[in-house]
Design a protein around this ligand. Sequence first.
Ligand code: NAG
Ligand code: NAG
Ligand code: NAG
Ligand code: NAG
Length: 514
Amino acid sequence: MQLNNKMMAPIIIVTLLLHAMHNIASSKFTIPEATIDDIQEAFKQNKLTSKELVEFYIERIRKLNPIYRAVIEVNPDAVYLAEKADQERKDKGPSWCYGLHGIPILLKDNIATKDKLNTTAGSYALLNSVVPRDAGVVKKLREAGAIILGKASLTEWSAFRSIILPSGWNARAKQPLNPYGATIDPCGSSTGSAISVATNMVTVSLGTETGGSILCPSCNNSVVGIKPTVGLTSRAGVIPISPRQDTVGPMCRTVADAVYVLDAIVGFDMYDAVATRKASKYIPKSGYLKHLKVDGLKGKRLGIMRAYPYFGFANDTKTLNKFEKHFDILRQKGAILIENLEILNFNQIVSMFDSKFIALPAEFKLALNAYLKNLVASPVRSLSDAIAFNKKYSDLEKINEYPQDIFLIAEKTNGIGKLEKEALMNLTKASKYGFEKLMNDNKLDALVTPYSTASNLLAIGGYPGISVPAGYDKNGGPYGICFGGLKGSEPTLIEIAYGFEQATNFRKPPTIKT
Ligand SMILES: *[C@@H]1O[C@H](CO)[C@@H](O)[C@H](O)[C@H]1NC(C)=O
Ligand SMILES: *[C@@H]1O[C@H](CO)[C@@H](O)[C@H](O)[C@H]1NC(C)=O
Ligand SMILES: *[C@@H]1O[C@H](CO)[C@@H](O)[C@H](O)[C@H]1NC(C)=O
Ligand SMILES: *[C@@H]1O[C@H](CO)[C@@H](O)[C@H](O)[C@H]1NC(C)=O
């Protein structure tokens, strides 16, 4: 059919109308829930400056943080840094409206910054300590143009002070609140990182994970968390637990935002040379962003195990029924679900996970002492100093409101001896004959697990995982779904996570209390 002018006219009018409507919609830019792409577009159109963004968040933190306690410190230089970013964009043009340039980020308070902010793991013992330099990931964030807005709350010492610390509690900021309900466990230890993005007190945040500390709070506060392969992101300048398991990763409202952050922080760092050099082979040459594929689930082989703990779903109809709709979505979007997977000698492999209780305290003492020794100045110089500090101030300021049982266990260790070596061997075997064999034998792209039940599995072998919001319980409690894979499989996991997120859009912002 020929289109003549008379026929075209209504089409042109409709097109113009749609165009106008789009402009009206985009002129209604609001900061809460804005993604990095939205913000960069607003920068480009001169509808927003970094300064306005930072001032908005500072005001929101002032208003909301007394309730949620997700932020420990705000950077006194944040507005200045924002003005600098604005000026840079003005000078260099719209091509600078990209990635993390001008974007505010909060860092878990175990990530060192060489600025006016303290780095304390939530403990008064490290207040006024002086770090030698920015953490490796912070250096990369600054190079990408991100604005360090402040430090996020955490379970004190990343929960390695005591097994009975409530999720998120630390002496400095006290108890954070899950924005989806006071009775819902906010989970830890990157609690403030999760809550601050969930409540729009910042655009994006960084958490750290040794065993569940990114995946679980992401899950419980309905945000996206990426736990990268160990070594993909530098741990230099991060108050440690175990160099074998520690990793730094993004916690954000969307998969795309998390991928922007990941892209900025991965790579070699001379202060974490061995691990970051080894893992840099996994970084795709053109970055991670191109793996944000709407049809990312197509053809992916996803494993589902009914074998609790660690590997997946408890073999109970309640959990399985709850995730039946998620499985359907994965299938509809072209994924191949491999169900009823089994592992040879499952019980023996699971029992080997217990060896972490021997390995971790010994690794912690060594790593923490090395971190404290490296500080330029510090009230405490060793784990034993930190224990003494907690004892000394136990009656003052209620610093010792909670015990320090893990500290005490760790202090009794004496390096990596025969027992510890055997424990480490067990963990390696559990990974090799458990997860790796399962993935390889079944040619899986990812293991799909509910909540953060797989976090120990992924932790002991340094494997990556991504948690994506997957819905809400009857009481409004959020839950997530986790995609875990072999080392370096981030590109594939991102495709899967993005495909799932775009197909479902489960995340709903919490109702904010004021
Ligand atoms: C760091 O801690 C010191 C000592 O309490 C305090 O004076 C300072 O304000 C803190 N820095 C920030 C940015 O809050
Ligand atoms: C799951 O439970 C069913 C019924 O309780 C049982 O028949 C089946 O063998 C179990 N499967 C696994 C993998 O444990
Ligand atoms: C290693 O694993 C074996 C078998 O599961 C167990 O009996 C042993 O106690 C473990 N050793 C350590 C040091 O954890
Ligand atoms: C949050 O995390 C904890 C683990 O600490 C879990 O037991 C709990 O069920 C999770 N979810 C909710 C909605 O509370």
